[in-house]
Design a protein around this ligand. Structure first.
Ligand SMILES: [Zn+2]
Length: 235
């Protein structure tokens, strides 16, 4: 029962993050006003606002104007639900640490969404993520300042050498991850898993002839997966 509750909360939070991300891209007010249809602008009914299930109840179409809804909405809501279950399962209690690590991963999810839709992230969001990671480390009471410093210097140097293929946001994210993860080995797992999955995805795009060698792939979602797997394995 408690897992179901966590799942629903996580899914609702992911749904809310998608709404904020959408509103920010449209330069609308973030919080004010009711949710409305992406296509015709009519206010959404209660049913259309239930995370994940709205997609199945409405058979993948908007209630007001019958346009096809994007599949990414229920998928990301499902991932949000799954994320909160996994974190609760791993941490085992609703403590300060649970809230901060949860906050870190949901903020990370938000940044991954931004990276997918615009290929860009806001510096302000990365600063928030950095402080979230720092708070988690302070609560856990273990610091690996050497690995954080080395990774930061290496990533930013790499960014300035290969400006076109490796963004500033990616460098900043890698240094944040080296702070968040407990040891350098754990961080290497994040990098190996993240870049491994990104290359597989790139290979898949090439194979499907949907991209070329120059196609840019958003790295944040892959590093998020890598970080989560590594956290679940080592925490
Ligand atoms: Zn509509």
């Amino acid at each position: 029962m408690i897992y179901l509750l966590f799942f629903l909360c996580g899914a609702s939070l992911a749904s809310f993050l998608q709404l904020i991300s959408y509103r920010r891209s449209q330069k609308e007010q973030w919080i004010q006003g009711r949710s409305h249809c992406d296509f015709c602008g009519k206010n959404l009914s209660v049913v259309a606002r239930i995370p994940i299930f709205h997609y199945f109840i409405l058979k993948g179409k908007s209630q007001c104007c019958g346009k096809k809804l994007e599949k990414k909405y229920p998928i990301i809501e499902f991932l949000g639900g799954l994320l909160s279950i996994l974190l609760f399962y791993k941490i085992g209690e609703i403590s300060f640490l649970f809230w901060f690590i949860g906050g870190f991963y949901f903020l990370f999810l938000f940044l991954a969404l931004e990276d997918i839709s615009t290929m860009e992230v806001y510096i302000r969001d990365l600063v928030f993520l950095f402080f979230m990671a720092l708070l988690c480390r302070i609560i856990l009471g273990s610091f690996s300042i050497v690995s954080f410093a080395l990774v930061s210097v290496a990533c930013f140097a790499f960014h300035f050498i290969k400006k076109n293929s490796f963004g500033m946001g990616d460098s900043a994210l890698l240094s944040i991850l080296s702070l968040f993860h407990n040891s350098f080995i754990e961080f290497l797992w994040v990098v190996a898993l993240g870049f491994g999955m990104a290359s597989l995805y790139g290979g898949f795009l090439l194979f499907q002839k949907k991209g070329s060698r120059k196609t840019k792939i958003p790295l944040f979602p892959f590093l998020l997966l890598g970080s989560l797997v590594s956290f679940l394995l080592f925490y």
